[in-house]
Design a protein around this ligand. Structure first.
Ligand code: FES
Length: 338
């Protein structure tokens, strides 16, 4: 590890400097990757601007005009379903002078109207019109409304999950997910009805780098027997068993990862409730028909995963999370990057 590097070397760290932060043989990384602002900026540029980023579940924008706002990296985006049924993802910035176009978290809209000069965009992102349109045409002879729509990202979906990327050169979503789809299906494809997002999500600011929780979901099962133990005692009258930790498996595919166990129905993840256990046992047989015996043993069991870079899920509990990098307003990017 080269911790002797001067601060000025890090305005734009070289590939060599970055490689020295990770010691693959010893299995160690430099803590610098969690606090260095230059690295964080590179992550926005090379990861969040180029990867396929999860933005919504299909059921969150089920009908024409349904929309929600979220972020890709630090950039705001609008996810909206058009009249043609297609889901599109727009940069939440007006092509006129860059004002934020949509301030609502979610809803249904006939159009998106910028509150600065009143440019109005359709559900498909096209510029429909604006007040005093003749002035634009008079003062700007080349003004072409058809070229002034909201900036669109590429959009792809996999079994209910919608992803977007602003990189025209990114591989297809199927190639990006690769063999990881085998694991994703434990969450997404256990029933012919697919999945549905139950409304109500929780948003929190956490004062840490986004990689900390992303990595936690894919490589840190050891914390459970300590961090979650008091909760298990309070709810179940028993702690998180050590034995369970001995049968946790880890798998990686295409840069995405998952840690999971088998045959753990009835453990802390399902709260030990007899009705829940019975239900999961019934489901197990159906899932075996659909996904095979091996994956049916993962259903209802502990399983936490991160799809690179920032989409995590708990297979047993069917909850999903995203770790969005954001600079908390008025604060330094480090170490509060999120
Ligand atoms: S900045 Fe949006 S209408 Fe001018």
């Amino acid at each position: 590890m080269s911790e002797q590097l001067q601060v000025e070397d890090w305005a734009r760290p070289s590939a060599q400097s970055l490689r020295e932060l990770v010691d693959l043989e010893a299995g160690r990384i430099s803590p610098r990757i969690f606090w260095d602002e230059a690295i964080y900026r590179l992550e926005l540029e090379r990861i969040f601007a180029r990867c396929w980023i999860f933005v919504a579940h299909e059921s969150q924008v089920a009908g024409p005009g349904d929309f929600l706002t979220t972020t890709i990296g630090e950039d705001g985006v609008i996810v909206a379903r058009g009249n043609d049924g297609q889901v599109r993802v727009f940069l939440n910035a007006c092509p006129h002078r860059g004002n934020r176009v949509c301030f609502a978290e979610a809803g249904n809209a006939r159009r998106f109207t910028c509150n600065y000069h009143g440019w109005a965009f359709g559900r498909d992102g096209a510029l429909l019109g604006m007040p005093a349109e003749e002035i634009y045409e008079k003062t700007c002879p080349d003004f072409d409304k058809s070229e002034m729509g909201l900036m669109q990202a590429r959009v792809g979906s996999y079994k209910g999950l919608i992803f977007a990327t602003f990189d025209p050169g990114a591989p297809s979503l199927d190639d990006y997910l690769g063999d990881y789809r085998w694991y994703l299906d434990v969450l997404l494809d256990t029933d012919e009805g697919g999945t549905e997002f139950l409304t109500g999500n929780i948003k929190s600011w956490i004062d840490c780098n986004w990689k900390v929780p992303a990595e936690n979901f894919v490589g840190d099962s050891l914390h459970a027997q300590w961090t979650h133990n008091s909760g298990a005692v309070a709810m179940l009258g028993g702690g998180v068993g050590k034995a369970k930790q001995d049968s946790v498996y880890q798998a990686n595919a295409n840069g995405h990862g998952m840690q999971f166990g088998f045959d753990m129905v009835g453990n802390v993840m399902t709260l030990g409730e007899p009705e829940v256990v019975e239900y999961i046992r019934e489901r197990e047989a159906l899932v075996a028909e659909r996904l095979g015996k091996l994956r049916s043993r993962m259903v209802g069991a502990m399983g936490s995963a991160t799809l690179f870079p920032h989409f995590s899920f708990l297979a047993g509990l069917n909850t999903i999370r995203t770790w969005n990098p954001r600079v908390r307003s008025g604060r330094s990017c480090t170490p509060g990057c999120w």
